[in-house]
Design a protein around this ligand. Structure first.
Ligand code: ADP
Ligand code: F6P
Length: 326
């Protein structure tokens, strides 16, 4: 097959993330500029199974770079966990004449893509898009930077009311299994403590920090808790702290607000770069990998490593968290 006559299928999967549209634009434009056909697949693996395919051209991705969410739609598709579901998806791709597949999503989406590759020989390239920043092989996933700034905006607002009333706010930020978002948001928001699943919670030291803060005349504090924290969630933590120290406190769960909104400049540029890089990888005959950005350079990582290898929190940022808290 002449590589420049390839038909590439493209889908977004898992939780949406700001900057996914910039990545879609990057894929479509790079593919078309290089003479490939591009087929958009609606609603992730659900649309693949149902054959919801639509051809995309240069103008299909006009005026989307600034939009949050994903114009293709996304889903969590239970049927794709089963071999029969993946066989149905592979059959739909074959019928539509799709030679290569690009999946924009998180490590779960990549696990599904890798199985499609192994079981049905469909060449796949992944692009990391999730606010959790939990994929090995890229310094940042598309959507992380925007989500950090969105959550930070919420925390800045909470600081105003916390200070006026003299309260402690326990703020839950997203992060299903990791604390990348919590750590960055907590540092940028001047939190007194940041609780993440990677580090065992030490409630006594949080209580001490809050007591010291009270003694020093500090009126308000923010404690950031990652959604995936293992102590039992932000409400349990609030109750346990409240039982040990007399403070007026409130809980705020920022939730899905963090997934929406216009992507930051950084996420738009990252989306465009990784979108084009995925097409370049296909044109060079490479597959079974995820394209990412490490230290400013585009790198390709075998798909399996993206979920098998862990992406630890930055040790420097963790130390900074301890040094600056209080
Ligand atoms: P993310 O890609 O953001 O990590 P999920 O973990 O929900 O989000 O994965 C998105 C979709 O990818 C799932 O709904 C499912 O269709 C597919 N998927 C995830 N993990 C697997 C797996 N182990 N095997 C097959 N498909 C999977
Ligand atoms: O994976 C991204 C993420 O936003 C996680 O931080 C969160 O735990 C999860 O998705 C929420 O998923 P849903 O949108 O299905 O509730």
């Amino acid at each position: 097959m002449n590589d420049n006559k390839r038909t590439i299928g493209l889908l977004t999967s898992g939780g949406d993330a700001p900057g996914m549209n910039a990545a879609i634009r990057g894929v479509v434009r790079a593919a078309v500029q290089n003479g490939c056909q591009l087929v958009g697949i609606r609603d992730g693996y659900t649309g693949m199974l149902e054959g919801q395919f639509e051809p995309m051209a240069i103008r299909s991705v006009g005026n989307i770079i600034q939009r949050g969410g994903t114009i293709l739609g996304t889903s969590r598709c239970m049927a794709f966990y089963q071999p029969e579901g993946r066989a149905q998806g592979a059959e739909q791709l074959r019928r539509a004449g799709i030679d290569n597949l690009i999946v924009i999503g998180g490590d779960g989406s990549f696990q599904g893509a890798a199985k499609l590759h192994e079981e049905h020989g469909i060449p796949v390239v992944g692009i990391p898009g999730t606010i959790d920043n939990d994929c090995y092989g890229t310094d940042e996933t598309i959507g992380f930077d925007t989500a950090v700034n969105t959550a930070l905006d919420g925390i800045d607002r909470l600081r105003d009311t916390a200070e006026s009333h003299g309260r402690v706010f326990f703020v839950e930020v997203m992060g299903r299994r990791t604390g990348h978002l919590a750590l960055e948001v907590g540092l940028a928001g001047g939190a007194i403590a940041i609780l993440v699943p990677e580090i065992e919670d030490d409630l006594e030291s949080i209580v001490r920090l809050l007591q010291n803060a009270q003694e020093q005349g500090r009126k308000s504090s923010i404690v950031v808790v990652a959604e995936g924290d293992t102590t039992g969630g932000v409400f349990t933590i609030q109750q346990q702290v409240q039982a040990r120290i007399n403070v007026d406190s409130r809980v705020t769960v920022l939730g899905h607000l963090q997934r929406g909104g216009a992507p930051s400049a950084r996420d738009r540029v990252l989306g465009g770069r990784l979108g084009a890089a995925a097409v370049h990888a296909i044109l060079a005959g490479r597959d079974g990998c995820m394209v990412g950005e490490v230290c400013g350079h585009i790198v390709e990582t075998p798909l399996q490593e993206t979920w098998e290898r862990s992406k630890p929190l930055s040790a420097e940022l963790v130390n900074l968290m301890y040094e600056l808290s209080g």
